[in-house]
Write a protein of this length. Sequence first.
Length: 284
Amino acid sequence: MNSLGPLPMRVVLVAVAALLAWWLVRMLARRMGSHTDASVPKLAGALFTDAFFVGLLAARLGYVVRWWPEYAAEPWSILAIGDGGFLWWIGLPAAIAFTWWRSAGQRWLRKPLFAGIAAGLLAWFALNGTLALLQRSAPSLPDIAARTLDGTPTTLDASASRPIVLNLWATWCPPCRREMPVFEDAAQRYPGIDFVLLNQGEDAATIREFLDRQGLQLHQDILLDPHSQAMPATNTRGLPSTLFFDANGRLVDSHMGELTRASLTDTLRKRFGAQAVTPARAKE
């Protein structure tokens, strides 16, 4: 399994479920309407598409409100929809309400539209359930020889009985650089979690220069992987990539691309629980 699958794969799953629902809406509308009137399935499909995007917008706004303190600290991250921040249980009612309103003058369209929404939702849940099963069979924390910034040999250690957030990054990667302050803040706020920022293929001097230039205090959380062994070991396809391992070293989630403060906090609470992510002023 590609350990970087969850976020991109979830995007694919949403697209697959939406396309399935759109096709069903058009098919049912064609059967209910005139076989010679091509505008009937087109109208139904257009209404479904509008409702889908209204639902997405509502789901995003709901997520932003839910994690407003984190977004308020970095307002620009509201636009970073790649963080996966959507609340389906807000988006779905919004899509249903929009569909009901827009079809008020053509009530016969409601049956195919709501049937399509239901089918898409069921497909999405089924596909996500399959993804969750695949996630359970994902590889555990890789045993990789690494080095600290001062050159001391070390390995990724899952024996501490603490959750581990493993971030693969490099100084030449713009999104990697942008998310460094997010990890610095999280490392200070959540002492119950080990944050390991595993640099891929760069030397200590380059990393120290970057940290000093950016004013980052992450020296103790950074390890060097000079031969980029972690990427093939975790089936990683790009940087930045963040993998979440539980206290037993089992992969429980992963994210390809830049993480925002809100999405990182959300994932920590979902995967590690409130006790593991109890905020603190400083990392112990």
